[in-house]
Design a protein around this ligand. Sequence first.
Ligand code: ADP
Length: 614
Amino acid sequence: MSEATETRGFQTEAKKLLKLMINSLYSNREIFLRELISNASDAIDKLRFEALNDTGLLGSDPNFEIKIEFDKDTQTLAIVDNGIGMSREEVIDNLGTIAKSGTEEFFEHLTGDQQKDAALIGQFGVGFYSAFIVADDVEVLTCRAGLTQGTRWTSAGEDEFTVETVDDLPRGTRVVLSLKDDAAEFADGFRLRSIVRQYSDHIAVPVVMDKEGDEEGTETVNEAKALWTRSRSDVGEDEYKEFYKHVSHDFDEPLTWSHNRVEGKLEYTSLLYIPKRAPFDLWNRDVPRGLKLYVQRVFIMDDADQFLPLYLRFVRGVVDSNDLPLNVSREILQQDESTRSIKNALTKRVLDTLAKLDADDYGAFWDEFGQVLKEGVGEDFGNQEPLLKLMRFASTADPLDQQRTSLASYVERMQEGQDKIYYIIGESLSAVRQSPHLEVFKKRGIEVLLLVDRIDEWFMSFANEFDSKSFQDASRGELNLEDDEPENEADESVDEPLLERIQGALGERVASVRRSKRLTDSPACLVLNEEDMGAQMRRILEATGQEVPETKPHLEVNADHPLIRHLDTEPDEDRFNDLACVVFDQANLAEGNTITSPGEYVQRVNRILVELLH
Ligand code: ADP
């Protein structure tokens, strides 16, 4: 009855994943059943959806179920569903390769340490291949709804698999596992029932098994009710966690979740999860993601991204609407008024959920997702206030190099008369903590937030104010700290002629040379105008090949510094030039900038050193 048998090699990545999985997930191997049941349930969801427009697809078998069969004697186990099934081509694509986004990054992240890798594999999604943790041989018999010919796929999970076309298969998929000797325990009714209840209770489709003992017939083993339709008080923590694993394909538990039913003008239920860890492809904004959309409990689509803004792309879960039509498409969602309202409400819900996390959990969240959340400050002005509340920064008031300072705690510590929230942007915390721009703040005991993420200059340019306090980049503009001390004598002694003389030496390289109110220890620093583009943004734009307008810094000099005082009395023009240029280049270095002519800088320093040594 079979024809066109062919043997094919697994895609290299699939082979690698298979090996890794078998080795590192051994101690948690009963999860294979969850994965196979999850696939079966997805397949049934897909068929139920396709059948909305084509009831013929259901034929004479309209009642969906997942059946688990086992045979102790032959040590086999089968997971059978009457879902959508797969065509021959789909079998080859789905069960021979890994087509998932992030595959490449995933392999790059592997360490060889079994425990760490197991967590990574879990996060990547184990899926169908987990069958090989417990089986020597796997056979898949599948027939796509609407087709008459089916496909038989077999593999021992090593290098290759075979596919052949088979007639007379029922609709759906039967996955048959020949259990390894050390996995014979899974051919046992009691064990299987307990695993199904533990991992697959929330699956909305009945999972049935033959009754035990001499009794005839089958019985449903799981709760078989869509979890989000149950009331919160009826759902246990573990059930929520297992459901998360089902919708997200994550192996880890979620950090937190929020389950809500909304009634009134709009009626919908949402169950939103915040993952513990960021996916590898979090930064690829084009990867499909979003919520699972149901309409009146019928699965409509995966990755419905119309219900949350892009900056919340890490949120997983389900939204089930009573208002949308069953034939809703992505295009319709895009324009739909109720979708927009749900989106606004879900966005607030997520921000709220985050705000309620305790400090430890929120810290863990921030380390994983903080940078994505910053996108929101620039993209979602309506929610800027709650978003700013969620921001965390490193700070001069916190010696730890972690981002744990909130704006609210900054404001609490503000000094009397201080009306601005000061921050500084740089390449790294170690660089920024040494910045000359912080000197005056240290002296006055004013806290400065330290911003070192790539996105910081961009997102701070959108941040308006927090708690009626405006934001001020500590390295920009004329600094007018309240309660400035009366300018001291030394300041007065730096007079215009010296500033002009330095300006003359530096020429076009600086916008101006002026006295600084920022410095206590350094001789000089560079200052940009408020509206100038900063170094970070410049680097990002340059890296994308864009033309970046030139900005000239102001050189601010510290009148109290011996070097500047010496300059004032330096009679030799050449030596004055060398010193002025060295001061300027060093100010660049302190800023984390590269200097335009390192060779010249070295020559100047050496000339000065040689004179010193004579
Ligand atoms: P994932 O479920 O994360 O996509 P899997 O490796 O588990 O990854 O499965 C790969 C694909 O194989 C699925 O996306 C689905 O298209 C198909 N598939 C797996 N099991 C079934 C099944 N029981 N019925 C129909 N298709 C299935």
